[in-house]
Design a protein around this ligand. Sequence first.
Ligand code: DGJ
Length: 727
Amino acid sequence: MSIFYEKEQKVFHLQTKSTSYIMRIVKNNYLSHVYWGKKIHTPEMENAQLNWLIGFSATTDNEDKTYSLDFVCQEYPTGCGTDFRIPAVSAVYGDGSRNVQLLYQEHHITAGKPGLPGLPAVYVEREDEADTLVIRLSDPLKKLSVDLMYTAYRERDVITRSVRVINEGREDVVLEKVLSASVDFETADFDFITLPGAWGRERHIERTTLRSGVQSIESRRGASSHQNNPFMALAGKDATETSGDVYAFHFVYSGNFTAGVEVDQLFKARAFIGLNEYDFSWTLEPGQDFQSPEAVLVYSDGGFGKMSRILHDLYRRRLVRGRYRDEVRPILANNWEATYFDFDEEKILALAKEAADLGIELFVLDDGWFGRRDNDNCSLGDWYVYDEKLPGGIAGLASRIKEYGMKFGLWFEPEMVSPDSDLYRSHPDWCIHVPGRMRTECRNQLILDLSRQEVRDHIVAAVSHVLDTAEIGYVKWDMNRHMTELGSAGLDSRRQKEMPHRYMLGLYEVLEKIVSSHPDVLFESCSGGGGRFDPGMLYYMPQTWTSDDTDAVERLSIQYGTSLAYPVSTMGSHVSAVPNHQAGRVTSLKMRGDVAMSGNFGYELDLMRLTVEEKEMVRGQIRQYKDLRTFVPSADMYRLLSPFDGNHTAWMFVSKDGNDIFAAYFEILCEVNPGIRRMKFTALDPDAVYEVVGEGCCYRGDELMEIGLVVDCFGDFQSRTWRLKKN
Ligand code: DGJ
């Protein structure tokens, strides 16, 4: 068991492989937070927990002037009465009152980890992998109960949290806020790490010092977004890639979220993560309940590198599902940057033939194959073939591509509708809208209202029909705008603010149905590139198109930042043309290949324009990737040089058995006479001998780590890779 309850001290102690998370029931049955960090014995509570009287903090117990919730570290704060800091939950009762008081009622501990109904969540395959604690807190006056759910993994340093709110009273309760986790720390000696960005510049690492007040990130866009990722970490000020304390919080959700920290008057920190209260409310009728999405919590005493490796292992083994969790991912060619909308069957087949000759295994037909779609003005929703472009239909095209020895993949954007489409003309109220208001278009499209069952059923049927009538081995599921004019024709007036979350639940229902009924299809999610790169989407689709920005230099930052929380096995990563279509930059084909190889590899350019020498190089890259994909996707990643610190980036991968190593080094701009530069490897066996494959030399692990190998670069946009094998 990884969870213990010590009756005498009323202490809950969750123990993962090397961490402890401790809570205690304190005076008047409030649940307090005691500790989260390195694994320890259950401490003496007199020492571990303090009560202090501080001015202008009302006391929670009129008999005890040292007892104030404004001071006590809490587990799930409500803001009730004496705590003036950020609450995790707020509600309005039938009489208009808003105080929520949550007191301990009962708890139970079971082996395993239950799924969350209708929501993505990390999972277990065997009951002995983890234990789950449910602590019931209740408001004695209003009969509102909250089940705090914790899972502690026995062999991973991972704790998950979620919350279920149950209305056990006789009146409706309107939930205005339900966070998934809140953790109080006694000090605020941390830096705040987040992954903000923009379209084409996703997940750049930002590190700022905590200051008094609230610092937070959020999305109000109806998607987890390019602009912020539902991830944050608190790191000791001295934390680096290889050392120091890091506390990571990751929200398994794809819609509006909030994540942040409040530093209070005594320099304590309250970290929180969950659904954004902006544009959220949920009416609970008597007897109904509300389940929050899940938050993943990871503590690392080995800096950011260890934190990432814990998250990577968790996500690739216990978040991602289906056949492609374990199988190698095919090398693909995508026609988007080769043709955009300007293609016909002949052109696609010529591209596909070229791809097959080069050794590519999957050909993906992107946007433009349906309705009358010659540009982005029309046809989303009309998921039937554009027969003038593709007279043989999708089935015909798929079978020709199969004859070339490749699988066939297809692009969809099922959540959207173009005003110029048959679907919109038949169902103008199926989109998110507010009656009487302008329906703002973005990329000339509106969003289908997935909070409505008939809309969801239509999407499942339309997509399934295409998948079931042609041999399709891969789907790219795109989503290219954010929500405006929030409203649903399917919800009554008091439930309009439920729409954004109901949309996400609807999306998850649609995905579950389509993905589970097509177990052999590899699904890749996309939202204008990396606008919905989050653990929620990864539960349904094992990989995400990392960014529309395919420039190799830009990709160093994007992929490095993304790797803070996500394994490379989840990142789509393609070689594209030069000058690059997003950045205008001309980088070497070698560097483009080397960057893309640290991800799910593919090509997204007009292969027919490659020179004979370039084609030879592409063949070599494909051979190289076929070797790398046998271990890199499941390997431990070590980030060695950060693109955010300067001109060089380096990272390496060590297979789980330690026998196979891949390392990559990138120099962006040439430096003349830069002095001696070496690639110093890490995480090798110091006594073992490693062969540098293809170079005919062998070195001991300690030499590779302490002295390293010389790196020689000439010219801009250079890269160097090493493939080591332990002898
Ligand atoms: C946005 C995606 O990110 C691109 O890769 C491409 O699929 C376009 N949409 C197609 O419209």
